[in-house]
Design a protein around this ligand. Structure first.
Ligand code: UDX
Length: 446
């Protein structure tokens, strides 16, 4: 059993704290937002993540997990201190390190010799060195400590299984022995451990996320070409993915990537590269293709319906992906704002993200079920592929709609089945486009 302190209880921090407690360690999480702290102390999770709240409650009851706003309580006895504070996108697109710096200062004030500070927040290359300098300044020359970079690869919606069954653990440090102590902490997970220097570990995180984002933009570009040439991008991805060198993951075409990581990390890497004198052409293309995917989706609605003024559009799914209530950089927000700007009225439904979506989209009507969204709608748009949208009663939906138009931004439905059911259906990159139903609609495709 080790004493662990986790600074910051966002997605990564809370998951890390709860899961280490579940592995039998004694964990103190520091959270300075008092509203959040109160919630956490009552056994509630401020975020929606399947299984997390149950595990949090169980480990609190077992006495292995506690929450405080006081660094003096969490830091002095901790052998391992994880920094998991937010690194939001700064105004110029680079990562804002305000919270990381503040955490380093506070840790430095209470640190005792022999501790390891582990940077888990996604931070620009070189931040580990900066954290080390800040802590050294505040801790004074007699306190000996190490800094290790340990980037996280948790996906929202499957954060627990990603923690307990990681593909790899990356540890970067100046002092290899410190990295090995952190490796020992992860031993029970049985994952391959990659030990590098600090800056390389920081870069692995950015390069991994940028590569996954590149795969998504690549397949979205292929989807566009498929649509024009009459091929089916899902089959193309299947055929490509069977090649071991390519692999099947992250080749789903759609309305593009969103969330708290990919958009922020690709942009931050772009900025790091540019300020180091590089010309990151591929990263620029990845970002451009991603924002075009949202625009193309709205264009499809216009192609089918013509002028959107006064049209009623139903939207299924709002969160940036299923199994989360996270609305950060969700494609739905850009898509809906663009529809509203073109004069459409928008109704929307999401199984868990509506409370968060209401703050971002105040003029949208949120409905209690997927079926209510369809009522009097001129078109139904599938934006997030929640499981509950897979098996809808389409006859019922068709009866409710003003006209049976379904535009599928995630290729959740079978084009032939939808057309057999009498829908005008348009997916992403799956052969031919439907015939526009409005006379004024021209130029099918882009
Ligand atoms: C991501 C990384 O996967 C994780 O390793 C990292 O540390 C944090 O960022 P997350 O943002 O939770 O995780 O979601 P992820 O499942 O990776 O999906 C990101 C976005 O890409 C979503 O908007 C999703 O809809 C989109 N996506 C994903 C696609 O459009 N196509 C795909 O094939 C896969």
């Amino acid at each position: 059993m080790k004493n662990i302190c986790v600074v910051g209880t966002g997605y990564v921090g809370l998951t890390t704290g709860v899961c280490f407690a579940d592995l039998g360690h004694s964990v103190t999480c520091i959270e300075i937002d008092l509203h959040k702290l109160e919630l956490l102390r009552s056994g509630k999770s401020p975020i929606f993540e399947p299984g997390l709240e149950e595990l949090q409650e169980r480990n609190m009851r077992a006495g292995r997990l506690r929450f405080t706003d006081d660094y003096a309580v969490g830091i002095p006895d901790a052998e391992f201190i994880f920094i998991t504070v937010g690194t939001p996108m700064g105004e110029d697109g680079s990562a804002d390190l305000t919270y990381v710096k503040a955490a380093a200062r506070s840790i430095g004030q209470y640190l005792r010799s022999g501790s390891i500070i582990i940077d888990k927040s996604t931070v620009p290359v070189g931040t580990g060195d900066m954290v080390e300098n800040i802590i050294a300044e505040y801790a004074g020359p007699d306190v000996k400590f190490d800094v290790v970079s340990n980037p996280e690869f948790l996906r929202e919606g499957s954060a627990l299984s990603d923690f307990f069954k990681p593909d790899r653990i990356v540890l970067g440090a100046k002092n290899r022995e410190a990295a090995q102590r952190v490796a020992a902490l992860h031993e029970t997970l049985g994952a391959p451990i990659i030990i590098t220097d600090l800056r390389t570990a920081e870069m692995i995180k950015y390069a991994s996320n940028a590569f996954l984002a590149t795969r998504i933009s690549f397949i979205n570009e292929i989807a566009q070409i498929c649509e024009r040439l009459g091929a089916d991008v899902r089959e193309v991805a299947r055929g490509m993915g069977a090649d071991k060198r390519i692999g099947p993951h992250f080749l789903e075409a759609g309305v593009g990537y969103g969330g708290s990581c990919f958009p922020k990390d690709v942009l931050a890497l772009y900025h790091m590269a540019a300020s180091a004198g590089c010309h990151p052409q591929l990263l620029q293309a990845v970002m451009d293709i991603n924002s075009d995917a949202r625009k193309r989706f709205v264009k499809k609605v216009e192609t089918v319906l013509g002028d959107l003024e006064g049209r009623v559009i139903g939207v299924l799914g709002l969160s940036f992906k299923p199994n989360t209530d996270d609305m950060r950089e969700a494609p739905s927000v850009d898509i809906i704002n663009s529809l509203l700007k073109k004069g459409a009225r928008v109704k929307a439904y999401d199984p868990v993200a509506m409370a968060r979506a209401e703050e971002l989209l105040p003029t949208v009507t949120f409905t209690a079920t997927a079926y209510d969204v369809a009522k009097d709608a001129d078109a139904l748009l599938l934006v997030t592929e929640w499981n509950e949208f897979k098996q809808l009663d389409w006859q019922r939906i068709k009866r409710y709609m003003r006209q049976p138009v379904v535009i599928d931004g995630r290729n959740l439905y079978d084009p032939r089945e939808m057309r057999n059911l009498g829908f005008i259906y348009w997916g992403v990159g799956r052969g031919e486009a439907p015939v526009p139903i409005m006379e004024e609609a021209q130029n099918i495709g882009d």
